[in-house]
Design a protein around this ligand. Structure first.
Ligand SMILES: [Zn+2]
Ligand SMILES: [Zn+2]
Ligand SMILES: [Zn+2]
Length: 246
C-alpha cells in the first residue's frame, strides 16, 4: 500500500509484494486468455514474458481490473487482430465509459489506439479450446462474473455466492477465491467467510487472492486449514482437464 510501513509492506518475503489481481490462462491448444486487465498488466506481461493473448475476459469493471486495457495495443500488433473483450452488460458499459477515447470516432488516429471487439457474455462461451462457464457471484450489491473452466474456478471480488450459482461449482478441483482481510468488508469475503465458502465448495485445492496488507503471506498461511493456501504473484497452476482422483 502506498505510504504504508506496516510489516507486510516492509516484508522481504516476495510473496508479500502484490500487484493487482488477474489471471493468465493457456489451454492445451495454446489459446491464451487474460482474466482482467488491471493497471499492472504491462509489468506483469513483461515479467512473465506473455507474447500471446487471444482475448480478455472481464469479471467486472472496477479500476483494479480494467485500467491496463490501453496496453492491448501491443497485443494488437503481435496478434495482428483486434482484441476480443468479454464481459457482462454493466462491465462493457464501464469499459466504454472509462476508455471513451477508444470508442470515440473523433479521436485522432495515428497515435495508436487499442483495437477491441466487445462481446456480451450471456452464458457459456469458448475462446479457442478454452470453454468458459460464467458463475454469477455477488460483489457487494452488484452481481459480477466468476468463471469456471472445466475443473477450475476463479471467483475474485466476491462477498457472497448466490444459491443458484452453487450447482455451477459442483466437482470443482481447484478454486481461486477472494479473501481480503480479517475484518468484514461490504464487497469482499473476509478470511473467515472465504474459509467457510471454500469448505462448502470442497475443492481439492483452494487459493485465496485479492488479499490486502492485513494478511501477511507467512503469518496468514499458518492459520489456514489443509487444502487452502494464499496465492501469490507469479503462482502457476497446472489444472488437468480431468480432475485428479481423490
Ligand atoms: Zn501496509
Ligand atoms: Zn471489484
Ligand atoms: Zn478488485
Amino acid at each position: 500500500m502506498i505510504g504504508c510501513d506496516c510489516s507486510t509492506c516492509r516484508s522481504d518475503d516476495p510473496r508479500d509484494t502484490r500487484l493487482r489481481p488477474s489471471l493468465f490462462v493457456r489451454g492445451d491448444d495454446g489459446t491464451s486468455v487474460l482474466i482482467d486487465a488491471g493497471p499492472d498488466l504491462r509489468a506483469q506481461a513483461l515479467t512473465h514474458r506473455i507474447t500471446r493473448v487471444d482475448a480478455i475476459v472481464f469479471t467486472h469493471g472496477h479500476a483494479d481490473h480494467i485500467l491496463g486495457l490501453d496496453d492491448v495495443r501491443r497485443f494488437n500488433i503481435l496478434m495482428r487482430q483486434p482484441m476480443k473483450l468479454y464481459g457482462d452488460a454493466v462491465t462493457l458499459d464501464e469499459i466504454r465509459r472509462t476508455f471513451g477515447y477508444v470508442f470515440d470516432p473523433g479521436t485522432p488516429r495515428g497515435g495508436g489506439l487499442p483495437q477491441v471487439e466487445l462481446t456480451l457474455v450471456q452464458g457459456p462461451f469458448a475462446v479457442g479450446g478454452l470453454a468458459f462457464v460464467p458463475v454469477p457471484i455477488m460483489h457487494g450489491q452488484r452481481q459480477i462474473l466468476g468463471l469456471r473452466l472445466g475443473p477450475f474456478a476463479y471467483l475474485t471480488d466476491c462477498s457472497a455466492i448466490p444459491e443458484s450459482s452453487w450447482p455451477l461449482l459442483d466437482g470443482v478441483d481447484v478454486v481461486v477465491l477472494d479473501a481480503l482481510r480479517h475484518r468484514p468488508h461490504p464487497t469482499h469475503f473476509s478470511l473467515d467467510e472465504a474459509i467457510a465458502a471454500a469448505r462448502r465448495i470442497a475443492a481439492r485445492q483452494t487459493y485465496f487472492t485479492h488479499m490486502c496488507h492485513d494478511l501477511a503471506h507467512a503469518a496468514t498461511t499458518a492459520l489456514l486449514p489443509p487444502g487452502i493456501a494464499l496465492a501469490y504473484d507469479g503462482l502457476r497452476l497446472d489444472v488437468p482437464a480431468t480432475p485428479m482422483a481423490a
